[in-house]
Ligand binder design. Sequence first.
Ligand code: MTE
Ligand code: MO
Length: 388
Amino acid sequence: MPELRLSVPREEDFSSRLRGPEVASRVGLWLGICFAVAFLTGLYSHLAQAAYPVLPLPVRPAWLYRVTQGVHVAAGTAAVPLLLVKLWTVYPKLFVRPPRQRRALLLHGLERGSLGVLVAGAVFQLATGLANASQWYPWTFSFRATHYAVAWLTIGALVVHIGVKLPAITRGLRTDVDDISRDVPGPAASPGLSRRGVLRTTWVAAGLAVLTTAGSSVPLLRRVSVFGVRSGDGPMGVPVNKSARAAGVTASALAVDYALTLSTGDEVRRLSRAELEQLPQRTAVLPIACVEGWSATGTWTGVRVRDLVTLVGGSPDHAVLVTSLQESGPFRQTRLPAGFVADEDTLLALRLDGEPLSVDHGYPCRLIAPNRPGVMQTKWVASLAVET
Ligand SMILES: Nc1nc2c(c(=O)[nH]1)N[C@H]1C(S)=C(S)[C@@H](COP(=O)(O)O)O[C@H]1N2
Ligand SMILES: [Mo]
């Protein structure tokens, strides 16, 4: 009877010539680029969503957030196949026997520890980011705070990893991918997929992942992006993230006695929708750019927020607190920093594409400002309060 032996493989037991530094370094380079891009655009998004941003945020160009957030989601999407291939190329290293000498063991342990943080962090970021972009929230923690904190951990571990591996990375990148002289002879060295083939397949997979989803923010790709979320559906070609019914505002938004409350300190005015229609109107073409990555352009008509501010005796160099009819939820209230208040395209919109707003787009009126994350384009506005 053959002897049954269970044993942990050793690194040398993995003899595929497809794994190794040539492939790992090239895939790793692009994975690193994707993570760096996602980190920087993510940092900007986080900053842009702060009520009191640490730096003054740019109001122009109006499309900036649309681009940075589209790129953020695209970089994360491309990173999924890259990470899978990268992990596959290096996983035999999991079976390296730890060194016996104390100091070497300590260093080994530290390096493995940072790798553990890196791999766990990277998987967590891509999984939660992808779920968020598909509007699936199978968790109870705050997505934004957690994704942000783990981003720092992951980038920190990535910097350590690159520092430790720099010599190996440069060596790997300098080695010819097709060079087979160092291949381990054996059954695995039989002809088949080449290392160049693995790389090509990886690039194609990353490209396809982006192409099939990027239509959410790139109108030209809408038809090829079969997995794109919210591309162009919704009234007037602008998607709806939260409907009036989901926000519990249908009755208050459609109430005949609706009036907008404007205030500066003790000065308060109430304006019905008909009165808002009587004020000078302005039309602006501005995108809604959701933090989840989708975006769409709309032609919005309404009253300039700065005109409303002056109407109540305020000055447009103060911030404005925008409150929705919505009674609860994280987006019921946002702060519009002074730079945005002053811009002449920052509107309390009454119309989209010439038609009165649909209730799902924020009827009776909604905020729309250039270069502002979608979550802060408050719908069903109840009041504007100028900060004093
Ligand atoms: N009051 C309120 N306003 C809101 C939201 C909300 O949940 N409540 N969602 C925001 C989000 S996340 C986005 S992306 C935009 C979407 O606007 P739209 O539905 O008109 O496309 O509205 C924003 N305004
Ligand atoms: Mo959003």
